[in-house]
Design a protein around this ligand. Sequence first.
Ligand code: SAM
Ligand code: SF4
Length: 476
Amino acid sequence: MPKTFDIGIDALAGASEPSVPAATFAATPENASAADSVAGAGKSFFIETFGCQMNVHDSEKVAGVLLARGYRPASNAAHADLMLYNTCSIREKAAQKVFSRLGELRGERRKIIGVLGCLAQQEGEEIFERAPWVSLVCGSASYRKLPELITQLEAGGRRVMGLDLEVDETFETEITRRDNPIRAYITIIEGCDYACSYCVVPHTRGPERSRASDSVLSEARRLADAGYTEIQLLGQTVNSYRDPSPRKLGFVELLREVASVAGIRRVRFTTSHPNDFHRDIVDAIDSTPALCDHIHLPVQSGSTRVLREMRRTYTREQYLEKISWIRSARRPISVTSDVIVGFPGETEQDFEESVTLLESVGYDGVYAFVYSPRPNTTAAAMPDAIPEAEKSRRLAILQERQRQIQLARNERLVGETFEVLVDGHNAARAQWTGRSTSNRVINFTSSHESLLGEYVQVRVTRAAPHSLIGEHMPQA
Ligand code: SAM
Ligand code: SF4
């Protein structure tokens, strides 16, 4: 196989602002010229990405496929010959947003328009009916077919589709276009074999498939050679990883090997499923400094009754037991979660149990969502839907309680010093920003003029609910 390589690391040395926003894929002056040298003068493309980090990284790989075919990144959507939307359908709002974006291109004749990702898989041919100006519809499980589909488009194909779900291979590319100069993503597992009753992912991303450990490790080494020091391993259920190669590494063994790659200082992983979360993950974090001391462990509900209806495969007590392993670690490990409110039939008592769970765990961050009925899910047909106004009321209560918990937790950190990997600069506020290994956002002042991509010591001087404020402590 030809050598994989990454473009974008040059921004690490040259840029004075953070990378382009994660939600878009566009050329910066630095990376456009790098791309041109690979691609020559070809047609241009622009990818707009909706949704999670998995989608952001999928877009980086799709961009790699296009670069390898001679396309070059357009500086904005208006100038692109090929406009791709990499979509999310996890909640209805995300899906509506994509259709409204497609509506803006009604009658567009100059560009080729494609819809990729979860909404493409979910809606399939229906997208051509609703937006006849779309030429390409391709779900994420079919990305391996993208070069073939693009060939068909180049040959004048008007309606080209890739919607296979029966796949056993992962999507690996010869070029991955890296858009974030500070943190590099590596997918280690795709799809999902769980069947949570509210979730479209098994229908949109297909069955679980893990990547061979050698392939993951050689990508990690290449990233280290290119100058990256922080890697985030990705998967819908990242800790269900099972090496399909003869080495048969387990998730924890893979974590340890990635963490031992020379030059890699931080390894993160997301998202962990509580069912596959075992004590050995905590032991590995405890004994391996390069493994970040942060675990994202979505609970979804604090009520065992609702968890059963959600088909989450664990009870409140079992989840709390896993939290107790994390709390008994020698390193303080931060814990974040996802919670859904207003699942069908969720009583006031069930909801209260979600609020008390926040208090029992003491999360450092929570992504809270109102339940959104999705096509092809069993929960969509469940009785006792909660009215929208009531869902919103519950969301506001839960978020406010979590805000207070976070503020109290962060206030305890005032006076402590953290190592921060600097990933941005806010010129208006004259502040740098970055993350600690525990994934806390720390905004700080410094007399230094260039810190992007550096590891610095920051002493916390003030706490807010969602971030810490501090001052750079240059080492003597
Ligand atoms: N695989 C991860 C897990 O098992 O926790 C979650 C992946 S999902 C892309 C991200 C989050 O979206 C979920 O944790 C859940 O909180 C939320 N989510 C998924 N389906 C939802 C729905 N139908 N309505 C509201 N939130 C939903
Ligand atoms: Fe969706 Fe559940 Fe799979 Fe997570 S584990 S992706 S919530 S089905």
